[in-house]
Design a protein around this ligand. Sequence first.
Ligand code: GDP
Ligand code: IMO
Ligand code: MG
Length: 433
Amino acid sequence: MSAIVLVGAQWGDEGKGKATDLLGSRIDGVVKFNGGNNAGHTIVIDTEDGRREKYALHLLPSGILTPGCVPIIGNGVVIDLGVLFEEIDGLEARSVDTSALVVSGSAHVIAPYNRTLDQVTERFLGKSKIGTTGRGIGPTYADKMSRVGIRVQDLFDTDVLHAKVTGALSLKNQILVKVYNRKAFDVDAVVEELSSYAERLRPMVADTSLLLEQMLDRDETVVLEAGQATLLDVDHGTYPFVTSSSATAGGACTGSGIPPTRISSVIAVIKAYTTRVGEGPFPTELLDAKGEILRNNGAEFGTTTGRPRRCGWFDAVIGRYATRINGVTDFVLTKLDVLTGMDEVPVCVAYEIDGVRHDELPMNQADFDRAVPIYETFPGWTEDISKARSVDELPRNCRDYVDALEKMIKAPISAIGVGPGRDETIVVRDLLD
Ligand code: GDP
Ligand code: IMO
Ligand code: MG
């Protein structure tokens, strides 16, 4: 049995979709355990006739593109049903078979009022906004914790659904009308909208933790795929500038129902530099021409919202933190090719905060806000590395950069991305060994 957790090490968009896809046909199932359609995972596949097919997945696990792999939406995910069916239809139109998809009956549903609340709250916060994706993620997780959420299983009993929507809206409509000056939601209209998805959804719904246990008992290999990343985790991230779910390895267990004793390894995907979308501290951010070069060379524009991603140098303090919080056994280092052509490549090795050196992330968020990076600078390289398929084929300076990162982040780099395509990868060590 093999249950492999795959998480993001930084602030998201590290290339988790490509990394999951890379494990490919040797995987029997992929379960998404947190987040919702705030995520955007891009997978690029080279077809046999030489075309490049690009897929942007939001709610569906990356395993959906691998024939024979069971894609599972776990209980920890929040589902916008309209988006789910749009995504399924989009893939079916491109001849991807989505019929194996399984959805947890305990996953929560993003109700229309939660999308509205996400957007009006952000507007209300003004300069203090989080910069959310506006998809209703935060309010839906808030409902889950407040025990007024709507779950997938509720859609199949109209009386239960009606009672739950009535309960949720009794307070929310007051807030929408009295605080935000918006129109109240009509209970019947919400129930009708959510119920309209029920029949199409019904055959996909199952007890996914039971299904996963059965798969692991049969010695099958399952990947637990995270949305977002370590520093966006609601507990371990740069709170309050985080998402509202548990995106780290611990969340993989609660969000899927797979117990910790069955996890065999934890893969973290880490970019060769750093990006972030939305507001919040980012010590190594580059606001100059170099940041612009990283954004353009790395095509750093959000898969979900299209927003330009903030870009900066690699932060080894964050890498080490990701190793600690997730118990990383292997790193997948991505987008190394994007650094080609830089005359030098600085790496943040520690922070200076109020004149004091910090080798670890400071405990207080206010301190992190003032963190000034201490850099160690490496010489760059100009050679095209996109065709390299072994570490030996990388230029000397590039190899030295990778070796230095590996020492700093305290876990082995087992694969290296040198381009967006499936094959544009250096496999240093088999991730499924
Ligand atoms: P995710 O959210 O972690 O799955 O990452 P995204 O898909 O949002 O962003 C990663 C982007 O980088 C996508 O456009 C990928 O196609 C691309 N990508 C992934 N790995 C590499 C790599 O090694 N090199 C380059 N140039 N692009 C990559
Ligand atoms: P993937 O899975 C990057 C960010 C948003 C915002 C904060 C809260 O593609 O790596 P939310 O809508 O979740 O309440 O927004 O989290 N964010 C992401 N940033 N990649 C993502 O997902 C993200 N999902 C949410 O930009 O700062
Ligand atoms: Mg993404």
